[in-house]
Design a binder for this molecule. Structure first.
Ligand code: 13P
Length: 250
C-alpha cells in the first residue's frame, strides 16, 4: 500500500512570523494522521519553519534549488545549502518556474540529480496547459515530461522521488480536474514509469495531484486508485483548511 503524501506549496507567501504561527496551529491538528505532511516554504521561512516543526510530524521542503553544487550563480541556492539546515524535500520544475523562470525538462532533470546527490527528496511537477489538453495531447505531454525528468536515474533513486501531476489550467483557477481525469492522467504517468523501471517500481511510486485541491474535494481525489495525495497551493495557506485536507480520511 502506498502512503498518502499531502504537501503544501506556499509559493511566494508567508513571512517568518506567519510561518511560525501557522506551524504552531497546524501541529495539534495533524499530529494523529498516518499521512505524510510536508510544507514547502519560501527560502526565508525555511530555518524558522524547521525549528518550529522540530519534534512534530511536519516535514519541511523548499520550492526550488540550483543544479550546480556551488559557484558564481548570484541569487541561487544549492542543494547542499538546503540539506545542511535540515530540509528534506524540494519541489522541482513547478509549472510557474517552467513558465516564468525558463525552467526546462533539461534543468529539471539536472536539479533532480543534484537534489538526490544531496539526499534531498524531489517533488517533481509535470502537467499540461489548457491548449495542450484541448488538442488531446495531455498524455503525450505528461509522459514525455516524466521520461525526460527521470532520465538517467536508477530504480533505487526513484524511491526518493515524488511526482506531482499538476494540470496548469487547474492551478490557482478554482478549476479542479475531475477525480476520474486526474486519476487517469496519473495512471498514464505510472505506466510510463513502469515502461522505464518495471511494474514494481511503478506501483511504489508516489504520484500526487495538484491544482485547486481543497478540503471539499480532497477526499474524492485521494480515494481514487492512483492518486497518492496532493500538492496544495492556495488552500495550504490556512492551517485549519490545510489540516482538513491532511485529515481527509478522518
Ligand atoms: P492551487 O492549489 O492554488 O491551485 O496551486 C496548486 C499548485 O500549484 C501547487 O503546487
Amino acid at each position: 500500500m502506498r502512503r498518502k503524501v499531502i504537501a503544501g506549496n506556499w509559493k511566494m507567501n508567508m513571512l517568518p512570523n506567519e510561518a511560525i504561527a501557522f506551524i504552531e496551529s497546524l501541529t495539534p491538528l495533524v499530529k494523529d494522521t498516518e499521512n505524510e505532511v510536508i510544507l514547502c516554504v519560501p527560502y526565508t521561512d525555511l530555518f524558522y519553519s524547521l525549528l518550529t516543526a522540530q519534534g512534530t510530524n511536519i516535514k519541511i521542503g523548499a520550492q526550488n534549488m540550483h543544479f550546480e553544487e556551488s559557484g558564481a550563480y548570484t541569487g541561487e541556492v544549492s542543494g547542499k545549502m538546503l540539506k545542511c539546515i535540515g530540509v528534506e524535500y524540494v519541489i522541482i520544475g513547478h509549472s510557474e518556474r517552467r513558465q516564468y523562470f525558463a525552467e526546462t525538462d533539461e534543468t529539471v532533470n539536472k536539479k533532480i540529480k543534484t537534489a538526490l546527490a544531496n539526499e534531498l527528496k524531489p517533488i517533481v511537477c509535470v502537467g499540461e496547459t489548457l491548449e495542450q489538453r484541448e488538442s488531446g495531447k495531455t498524455e503525450e505531454i505528461i509522459t514525455t515530461q516524466t521520461r525526460l525528468a527521470l532520465d538517467g536515474l536508477s530504480s533505487e533513486q526513484l524511491s526518493n522521488v515524488i511526482i506531482a501531476y499538476e494540470p496548469i489550467w487547474a492551478i490557482g483557477t478554482g478549476k479542479t480536474a475531475t477525480s476520474e481525469d486526474a486519476n487517469n492522467s496519473i495512471k498514464a504517468i505510472r505506466n510510463e514509469v513502469a515502461k522505464l523501471y518495471g511494474d514494481e517500481v511503478a506501483s511504489e511510486m508516489i504520484i500526487q495531484y495538484g491544482g485547486s485541491v481543497k478540503s471539499s474535494n480532497a477526499k474524492e481525489l485521494f480515494t481514487t486508485s492512483d492518486i497518492d495525495g496532493g500538492l496544495v497551493g492556495g488552500a495550504s495557506l490556512k492551517a485549519d483548511e490545510f489540516a482538513k485536507i491532511v485529515n481527509y480520511n478522518k
